[in-house]
Each structure stands twice: as structure tokens, then as C-alpha cells.
Design a protein around this ligand. Structure first.
Ligand SMILES: O=C(O)C1=N[C@H](C(=O)O)C[C@H](O)C1
Length: 304
């Protein structure tokens, strides 16, 4: 039998800070990692969607994992690393490399994007990763990015695989599948919310925590929201949840993580709001609006 879910609380999928000329800014990343863990995050996620992982070179990915791992070690926190590929053999190779490092707690793995292998193919994919990857897995269920939906029965089947420690639930809805998933989650299987705007109702329904890009900002508030729901404090949780839903909506007004990077830059926490193509930097108006809700004042010159 699996232990109780190891993954509860807030996991922050960190942005990857760049310089204006789009070079990696590892010092800024180290600072963000420390700040997130000091502000109450349970752990970090490196190389998530929010990290623009698809645009990073192999060497840059190594540096990002190294920096996040060092921060997690300093704070005694778990590190989750994103592994996104639609080729099972390549995914196994990447997982084995992560496992060999010895400092990564789990891998966050989406259902194979673009291929749409069907549920049976998806189960076969994760069975192979569980058998040969050598590291705990968190299934990333995000059909609007991958094209593959998963039923509650399939999620339960995935959850019964010995290496599968949880799911990041980001289906864009809290629906019958969600209710079934939360009601029948296999023992030791964590359900972590990944749709920032609806994290509060998902926690109310019993989710164990969240992997939330929005928590690159107002980290302590998102950690508090999770803690309030997990301790049954419904009234203050609902109030904070409503406020944070408005904030997350402002952060997701343009493709993630463009607005988040704009606000972090406006706050002086990263050297540039720059993102790599095909993303384009967020508009001034979106950054201003989100920065206002983040509680930061932006000098006119900083938002562009
Ligand atoms: O990188 C992540 O992890 C997340 N990415 C999602 C997305 O960009 O779709 C949003 C979620 O908050 C976490």
C-alpha cells in the first residue's frame, strides 16, 4: 500500500528569468526559489510550462534544475521536475537521468502531447514510465494543451501504478470527473490543482494542494489559501479564494507566463520581462492590472 500523499500544500512552478537579450539569469532564479520557499511553498517545480521549458537548451535545463535543487536542499523541500515529451522512450531516458541525480523528488509528466494516443495508449505510456523511469511520477492532466482527455476510471488506474504519486488536475473544469477523482482517489495519491482560477473550489472539494504559476507572486497568500481549506476554515478561505481568483485571472489574461514575468520585473525581482518566441511579452495594460492586484506599484518606465 502507498503511504499518505507526500505531495500536499503549495508547489511553485518557477518562471525562468532571462536577461533582455534572452540569456538565462540563474542568480535571479536562485533568488526567486529562496523567496518562494521562505514564503511558505512546500516545494518547487522546475521546468514546468511556466518555466518556458520547451525553449530551453539541454544545458540551460541542467542549470535550472541545479539552481532549484540547491534551493530545495537549503530549505529541506521537495523538488519536482517537468518532463514533457510525446515519445515514451525519450521520456524514460529523461526520467532515468533525473533519477540518477538523486536530488529530484518526482517528475511532472503530461499525457503525451499532440499524439492523442487514447486512454489505453496513455496508460501503456505511464506504465512504461513507472516500470523503467526509476522516479515517482505526477501525471499532468491538461487536455487543453495535450489534446488527450482522461476519465475518472483512467485516472484511478493511473493512480494505482506503484510509481504514480499524484495528478496535477488542470482540465479547465471542476466537473463530474473531478468529483469522482476526489471521492475515489487511490490511497497515497495526491490531487494537486493546476487551474489557478478555480484552485479555491477544488481545495474545498478535497484537493491536497496545488501547482500554481500564479504563486510566483503572492506566494504566502496561495500557501495560506491551501492551509485554510485543509484546516476546514471555509469562510476565510472563500474570501481569500475569491480575491486570488481575480488575481490569477489577471495573470492569465495573456499566455502564461508573460504577465507573471511582467509583474516580477516591475517588482524588480527579475532582470527582464523577456520571454522566448513563440511567446510575446505581455501588454502594458495586462501587466499594470495584475501588478495592481499583486499589491505592487509600477513605475511608468518599468512596464512595457
Ligand atoms: O508550469 C506549470 O506547472 C503551470 N502551468 C500552467 C499553464 O501554463 O498552463 C498553469 C499552472 O498554474 C501551472
Amino acid at each position: 500500500m502507498k503511504p499518505d500523499p507526500n505531495f500536499t500544500g503549495l508547489y511553485v512552478p518557477l518562471v525562468t528569468p532571462f536577461t533582455d537579450d534572452l540569456r538565462l539569469a540563474p542568480d535571479a532564479l536562485a533568488q526567486l526559489a529562496d523567496e518562494a520557499l521562505l514564503a511558505g511553498a512546500s516545494g518547487l517545480v522546475a521546468l514546468g510550462t511556466t518555466a518556458e521549458a520547451a525553449t530551453l537548451t539541454a544545458e540551460e535545463k541542467q542549470t535550472v534544475v541545479q539552481v532549484c535543487s540547491a534551493a530545495c536542499r537549503r530549505h529541506g523541500a521537495p523538488l519536482i521536475v517537468g518532463v514533457g515529451t510525446n515519445d515514451t522512450a525519450t521520456a524514460i531516458e529523461s526520467l532515468r537521468e533525473l533519477a540518477a541525480r538523486g536530488d529530484v523528488t518526482a517528475a511532472l509528466v503530461p499525457t503525451p502531447p499532440y499524439i492523442r494516443p487514447g486512454e489505453a495508449g496513455t496508460l501503456a505510456h505511464f506504465t512504461a514510465l513507472a516500470d523503467h523511469g526509476g522516479i515517482p511520477l505526477i501525471v499532468y492532466d491538461i487536455p487543453y494543451r495535450t489534446g488527450q482527455t482522461l476519465s475518472a476510471d483512467m485516472l484511478a488506474a493511473l493512480g494505482r501504478l506503484p510509481e504514480v504519486a499524484g495528478v496535477k488536475h488542470a482540465t479547465g473544469a471542476i466537473d463530474a470527473t473531478t468529483v469522482e477523482l476526489l471521492g475515489c482517489a487511490p490511497h497515497g495519491f495526491a490531487v494537486l490543482g493546476g487551474d489557478d482560477v478555480v484552485i479555491s473550489p477544488l481545495l474545498a472539494a478535497g484537493a491536497h494542494g496545488g501547482i500554481l504559476a500564479s504563486a510566483n507572486l503572492r506566494t504566502a497568500d496561495y500557501a495560506e489559501l491551501i492551509s485554510l481549506w485543509r484546516h476546514g476554515s471555509g469562510a476565510p478561505a472563500r474570501k481569500l479564494g475569491t480575491e486570488l481568483a481575480r488575481f490569477s485571472a489577471a495573470l492569465f489574461a495573456e499566455p502564461n507566463p508573460t504577465v507573471i514575468k511582467g509583474v516580477l520585473h516591475a517588482q524588480g525581482r527579475i532582470p527582464s520581462p523577456a520571454v522566448r518566441l513563440p511567446l510575446l511579452a505581455a501588454s502594458t495594460s495586462s501587466v499594470r492590472r495584475a501588478a495592481h492586484l499583486a499589491g505592487s506599484r509600477i513605475p511608468a518606465a518599468a512596464a512595457h
